[in-house]
Design a protein around this ligand. Structure first.
Ligand code: MTE
Ligand code: MO
Length: 503
């Protein structure tokens, strides 16, 4: 390469890279950064199969790589235009070659940049810098001689390159600083908004609740929420090393890290969980506000193949369940509970929530989702339990309060899965006659508990003790079955029963 040609290449690259770096320094992550917009154009031109293959192979890195590629390509294009503009201007009016050349160079780069970003303001400075660099190089390499044909002054060019390199370091540094700041603020803002919303939901539930001594709150505090684990202590999981893999009968296997999972659209929802081993009078039923993402969004990204019918869900403790995919349509992967990070005991970093199903399907410390064609059941089925279908309705009595006016107040809560509690009925005569209890306002989400309250006004003619029953009627009009059964193997059934003294 001759020295002149070398100077041409250096000029071209210096102008192009500096123009692009200017845009990066100012606009960093936004769409106004020339390379962001240009990269979109490049991705549109490339064949879809190629783009998705690269993304599959390189993940997040693919985006960085394609930005780098687009950045280099755009620098060369912009540099060439800057140089072409300059040369055209310079040869048109040799008398004032530097001025006219620089102006035309700026115009060329401006037009190209404007075409790419579509915002005139975002094209101005990169164009000015591009034109200035070309003019500067030309000025230096021809200094001391009016003719453009002499050999360039090597030292001047080296100096110019140093200046341009310094400028690029500063511009890139500024861009990267902005980029990391914006990313951090965006993430913090989003997290804060989600946490605030969840906290707001917790306090809203307070307003929906009834006031009575000893009544179980609609939302259980984290320390009060029941726990059932197959191991004495929860597996401790480092979120940095944790991965959620989606494999099996999918079009594209996924391996998501914690940030990936949190990157899907976040939702908050109220939801109760009840253990299959919960007795009619047991305490393994609680409601919380959960923050997470929709399982369906993740499965959609993976793409379920036609034969895929079930999802085999495994936790880090080797606990597992296989459920029909229909059951996961409205299910959620939760990473937050009552506005806090999901606690270790409840499945940190991520647990499953399945509407209308027993707690056992709510796999904690989830690590694997494998799409399979058959085979329902899991850990407890191997131990003789059943209950893959909807949870049973249940009515709990929390407390019997003796009021000052002589009245007897029964308070409790009820749950009927996603059918929801429509009415709680109380009988004080052994089930002959029934009256509706007062209910707490329904929470805005289905699959949640409601509190109830019922007052007996004892009468002289009443028996010494009341034979009290309480039962739930769900949103489909189904009355909670009367027959008593133990939790094993299908979940407890039967009305709540108390014998309550009159005085
Ligand atoms: N990985 C894992 N997930 C699990 C369990 C478990 O032992 N390991 N227990 C299940 C059972 S039987 C129930 S009732 C619920 C309880 O959830 P909680 O402990 O958050 O209340 O989690 C379910 N998910
Ligand atoms: Mo359970």
């Amino acid at each position: 390469m001759t020295e002149r040609r070398l100077v041409t290449v250096v000029t071209l690259l210096a102008a192009g890279i500096s123009a692009v770096a200017t845009s990066f320094g100012i606009y960093a992550t936004s769409e106004r950064f020339l390379v962001s917009s240009f990269n979109r154009l490049v991705l549109e031109v490339l064949p879809g199969w190629f783009v998705s293959a690269v993304i599959q192979r390189f993940g997040d890195l693919a985006l960085e790589l394609s930005l780098l590629f687009s950045g280099v390509l755009l620098s060369v294009i912009v540099g060439s235009l800057a140089l072409a503009g300059y040369r055209l201007g310079a040869s048109a009016l040799p008398a004032s070659r530097e001025l006219v050349g620089a102006v035309l160079s700026v115009v060329f780069v401006f037009l190209a940049a404007y075409l790419v970003v579509g915002v005139a303001r975002a094209a101005i400075l990169p164009a000015v810098v591009g034109g200035a660099v070309v003019a500067g190089f030309d000025h230096l390499s021809t200094a001391g001689d009016a003719s453009a044909d002499v050999s360039p002054d090597r030292r001047s060019v080296v100096q110019a390159v140093t200046v341009v390199a310094g400028y690029n370091v500063v511009a890139h540094g500024l861009g990267f600083l902005r980029r990391s700041q914006t990313q951090r603020t965006e993430r913090e803002l989003q997290e804060r908004a989600t946490r605030l919303e969840a906290e707001h939901l917790v306090s809203e539930a307070d307003d929906a609740g009834l006031e009575a001594d000893g009544i179980k709150p609609l939302i259980s505090e984290i320390g009060e929420f029941y726990k059932v684990d197959i191991n004495p202590s929860p597996p401790s999981i480092d979120p940095d090393g944790w991965r959620l893999s989606v494999t099996g009968l999918v079009e594209e296997e996924l391996e998501l890290d914690y940030d990936d999972v949190r990157g899907y659209e976040t939702r908050n929802r109220y939801k109760a969980i009840r253990c299959l081993s919960d007795d009619i009078d047991g305490e393994q039923l609680d409601t919380a506000v959960w923050t997470g993402v929709r399982m369906a969004d993740i499965l959609e990204e993976a793409g379920i193949e036609d034969e895929g019918e079930y999802a085999l869900l495994s936790g880090a403790d080797d606990y597992y369940y296989s459920v029909p995919l229909e059951d996961l349509e409205e299910s959620m992967l939760a990473f937050g509970m009552n506005g806090m990070e999901l606690p270790a005991g409840h499945g940190y970093p991520v647990r499953l929530l399945v509407p209308d199903r027993w707690g056992k399907l709510h796999v904690k410390w989830l690590t694997d989702v494998e799409i399979i064609d058959d085979g329902e059941g899991g850990y407890w089925e191997e131990r003789g339990w059943h209950g893959m279908g909807p949870v049973n309705a249940v009515t709990k009595v929390d407390r019997i309060n003796r009021l000052e006016d002589g009245g007897i107040q029964l308070v409790g809560h009820a749950y009927a899965g996603a059918r929801d509690v429509e009415t709680v009925e109380v009988s004080i005569d052994g089930g002959d006659s029934w009256e509706s209890a007062t209910l707490s306002d329904p929470l805005p989400d289905s699959d949640t508990t409601r509190q109830w309250l019922y007052e007996i006004d004892p009468d002289e003619g009443d028996p010494d003790s009341y034979d009290v029953y309480a039962r739930t009627i769900d949103g489909e009009g189904t009355v909670q079955p009367e027959a008593r059964s133990d939790p094993f193997p299908d979940g407890a059934t039967g009305w709540a029963h108390r014998s309550v003294r009159r005085g």
